[in-house]
Write a protein of this length. Structure first.
Length: 252
């Protein structure tokens, strides 16, 4: 039975009766290209991977022009499937230009986590809506005005962490990995995440069935993007070549 089957059958029932869906769904994060969302998105994917959950992230964008829409899709599959699924059950809507269309594409029983500055015209009674007070939280964080747009993405990181159950320690570890141990940016982003987590616990009541839990399905695996894989392959080929090790053709 697929996740989509569970959603279709349970969308009309009471929310507190819906069966839990653990480590088996997709998240679509809709943002603006050039907003620094790549750091936030990669942080979420890495944290879940480090929790032992097989994840398959994919960055989708129509161009490299700053300001245009971009989507980042993370598929979680406890069974290790990596193909991108047609629908994502959870939407993080942080792009006003695409929010209405993104919301319309959510399957019944899905979840929309959105910046409350986005005034959604459409209404979905079959979708769980979680508005986030992004502007208020960024103001509370006291971030340098030049960094506000970049740090704002950490608001949805904190909210998603609380709503799904992502471990805080893995988020900090991911920031330290990304910023290569530079404590100032790590603390700025962690402060924003912590504020968002506290706000989410105080102001939002979870009514959806999606969550993650630590398992042991990524042992011995390495998480990297395509560019990193290409560099790794090139450097490995150079290493082998310098030692006179040549590849052999596979048998027919």
């Amino acid at each position: 039975m697929s996740t989509a089957d569970v959603l279709d059958r349970s969308a009309g029932g009471r929310e507190d009766e819906r069966p839990e869906i653990v480590n088996d769904f997709s998240i679509s994060i809709a943002t603006v290209n050039g907003s620094g969302s790549q750091t936030a998105n990669g942080l979420l994917a890495r944290a879940m991977f480090k929790m032992g959950i097989p994840v398959s992230p994919k960055n989708l964008f129509p161009s490299n022009i700053s300001g245009l829409p971009t989507w980042y899709v993370i598929r979680l599959s406890k069974d290790g499937y990596v193909a991108r699924r047609e629908d994502a059950e959870i939407l993080v809507a942080f792009n006003p230009a695409t929010a209405e269309e993104d919301l319309a594409q959510l399957p019944p029983g899905g979840v929309c986590i959105y910046n409350d500055d986005i005034k959604l015209q459409g209404s979905r009674e079959d979708v769980t809506m979680y508005p986030l007070a992004v502007k208020e939280l960024v103001k509370q964080a006291g971030v340098d005005p030049k960094l506000r747009d970049l740090v704002a993405n950490m608001v949805y990181v904190g909210a998603v962490a609380v709503l799904l159950g992502i471990e805080l320690e893995e988020l900090r570890s991911g920031l330290e990995h990304h910023f290569k141990g530079k404590q100032k940016p790590v603390e700025i982003n962690m402060n924003m995440i912590n504020l968002a987590m506290e706000w989410t616990r105080e102001h939002l009541t979870k009514t959806d069935p999606f969550r993650v839990e630590r398992i042991d399905r990524t042992g011995g695996l390495i998480m990297m993007d395509g560019n990193s894989a290409g560099r790794w392959g090139r450097s490995s080929a150079g290493y082998l070549s310098r030692r006179g090790i040549r590849s052999r053709p596979l048998p027919a």
